[in-house]
Design a protein around this ligand. Structure first.
Ligand code: AMP
Length: 421
C-alpha cells in the first residue's frame, strides 16, 4: 500500500509527494495505522535509526492535530539538539499544508524567541528535556491540550541521564488530559519499557519491533584494520587516500582528540578534504554551522565525538571511520555506523583497531551477530597473518614435510595435519 491509499488528509499526501516519499517503510507500515485507529493506544516501538521512524510518528500526529486550536497539542522529546532540529524540520514541513505550526526548543540559544513562538500558537513542540523544563518552570508552556507525547531515541535519552527530566515532564504532561505516548527506541531495555508502563496507566499498548530487519547494519560493508597506535594517524591518511570517500564522519572518543585530529588533518598536505568538527563543547551556533556545511557538502570530512552518533540523517555520507573504537556498550558502534547506509543505501564503515581493542571487536560482532572482516594495511601484514592462522599447510609445505617422514608416520589425509602444528 502506498501513502496515497492511506486514509489521511490530502494536505499530508501532497507534503509527502513534495518530499519524494511514496511507499511506507516497515516501521511506518506498522505504526501509522495503529496510531490512526485507536483513541487510547500507546505505541512502544523498537526501531533503529534510519528506518523512517520520524515520519512514522509525524504523519499520524499531523493528521490528528487541530489547526484552529492555537495551543500546544504535541510534545516530542529528543535527546540532542541536532536531532531536535532534524525532527522539527520534518514535522514542520509535513504540517505546513495543514497550517500547523511547530517550534524547536533546545538550550544554548535565546529562550525568548521560543517563548514567543509558543505564545503565538505553535501546536507542535520538538524539545530537548532541559530547555522544555525551563519553559515549563517559567509558565511559558502548558500541557493542558496535549494529545501526543513522543519520546524519540528513548534509550539514548536514558543513557544521557535524562530520566529525571523525562519523568518530570511526563508526570505533568500525562496527567488530566491523558495524551497518547509514542515511544521509539533503538533498544528495548527494561528501563525504557518501565517508562511506558509507568505513564500509560495500563491502557492499550501496541508493541512494534522492526529492529530484527536491521537495515542499517545489513546494508553497510564493514571492516577493520589492526593498527599500531604509533602509526595509526599515517595509516588513517593512507586509508583515506585509498578509499577516496566522498563524504565521511570520523568518530573519536574524546573532545580533545577531536580538536587535535582536525588541526593535524588541516595541516596535512597529503589530503585535500575540507575538515569540520562536531563535539559537545562547541556552542550551538558553531554546531549548527558545521552541520549545515556538512549537509551542503561544504565540509566533506566531519570529525565527531559520539554527540553525532545518534539519529542524524545525512543521506550522502559514504563512509564512517572509527578512528577510535567506541568504548563501553557495543551498541554504540551500531549507532555510529548508522550514520551511513541510510535507507539501505550502501555505505562503508572502517575501524582502526589497536591490539588490545580486539575484545571489543568480538563483543560488537556478537552483538550484531555478524562478523567484521579484517583488512590489511600492507601486503606483508596480510601474508604474516595468513601464515599465522593457516590451518592447512600449503602443498609445497606438505611435500617438504612428508619428504622427511617414515612410511608409518604418514597422515591418513592431508587434513590430518596436527603433526604440522
Ligand atoms: P529517520 O529514520 O526518520 O531518520 O529517516 C531516515 C531517512 O529516510 C530520512 O532521510 C527520510 O527522509 C527517509 N525516509 C523516511 N521514510 C521514507 C519512505 N517511506 N520512503 C523513502 N524515504 C523515507
Amino acid at each position: 500500500m502506498k501513502f496515497k491509499d492511506y486514509n489521511i488528509h490530502d494536505e499530508i499526501k501532497r507534503a509527502l509527494d513534495d518530499m519524494g516519499i511514496h511507499t511506507p517503510t516497515d516501521i511506518q507500515e506498522q505504526a501509522i495505522p495503529e496510531i490512526l485507529k485507536g483513541e487510547s493506544t500507546h505505541i512502544l516501538a523498537q526501531a533503529k535509526t534510519g528506518t523512517g521512524k520520524t515520519l512514522a510518528f509525524s504523519i499520524p500526529i499531523v493528521e490528528f492535530l487541530d489547526p484552529s486550536l492555537k495551543k500546544v497539542q504535541t510534545v516530542i522529546l529528543v535527546p540532542t539538539r541536532e536531532l531536535c532540529k532534524q525532527v522539527y524540520h520534518v514535522i514542520s514541513k509535513l504540517g505546513t499544508n495543514r497550517r500547523l505550526k511547530s517550534v524547536e526548543v533546545y538550550g544554548g540559544v535565546s529562550i525568548n524567541r521560543q517563548i514567543e513562538k509558543i505564545k503565538a500558537g505553535a501546536q507542535i513542540v520538538v524539545a530537548t528535556p532541559g530547555r522544555l523544563i525551563d519553559l515549563f518552570k517559567r509558565n511559558a508552556i502548558s500541557f493542558t491540550a496535549v494529545q501526543f507525547v513522543v519520546l524519540d531515541e528513548a534509550d539514548r535519552m536514558l543513557d544521557m541521564g535524562f530520566l529525571p527530566d523525562v519523568d518530570y515532564i511526563l508526570f505533568d504532561a500525562m496527567k488530566n488530559v491523558y495524551p497518547r505516548l509514542l515511544l521509539f527506541s533503538a533498544t528495548m531495555l527494561p528501563e525504557v519499557k518501565d517508562i511506558m508502563m509507568d505513564y500509560s496507566l495500563d491502557e492499550n499498548i501496541v508493541e512494534i519491533d522492526v529492529s530484527r530487519d536491521d537495515l542499517t547494519v545489513s546494508a553497510c560493508k564493514q571492516y577493520y584494520y589492526l593498527s599500531d597506535p604509533k602509526y595509526k594517524y599515517n595509516s588513517f591518511i593512507r586509508l583515506l587516500n585509498r578509499e577516496k570517500p566522498s563524504s565521511f564522519i570520523v568518530f573519536v572518543n574524546t573532545k580533545r582528540w577531536a580538536v587535535s585530529l582536525r588541526k593535524k588533518m588541516i595541516k596535512d598536505k597529503r589530503i585535500s578534504f575540507r575538515v569540520g568538527l562536531l563535539q559537545g563543547d562547541m556552542s550551538q551556533r558553531q554546531r549548527e554551522i558545521t552541520m549545515s556545511d556538512f549537509r551542503n557538502k561544504k565540509i566533506t570530512c566531519l570529525i565527531a565525538t559520539d554527540v553525532a552518533a545518534r539519529g542524524l540523517d545525512i543521506p550522502h555520507v559514504s563512509h564512517i571511520f572509527n578512528y577510535d573504537l567506541p568504548v563501553g556498550n557495543p551498541e554504540n558502534y551500531v549507532h555510529r555506523i548508522g550514520r551511513t547506509s541510510r535507507m539501505e543505501r550502501a555505505g562503508i564503515a572502517i575501524s582502526l583497531v589497536e591490539n588490545e581493542e580486539m575484545n571489543m571487536i568480538r563483543r560488537i560482532e556478537l552483538f550484531m551477530k555478524r562478523d567484521i572482516r579484517r583488512y590489511y594495511l600492507t601486503r606483508e601484514e596480510r601474508e604474516q597473518d595468513k601464515a599465522r592462522h593457516r590451518t592447512y599447510p600449503t602443498i609445497k609445505e606438505t611435500k617438504k614435510q612428508l619428504e622427511g617422514l617414515e612410511d608409518e608416520e604418514y597422515p591418513e589425509t592431508i587434513a590430518d595435519t596436527s603433526i604440522y602444528g
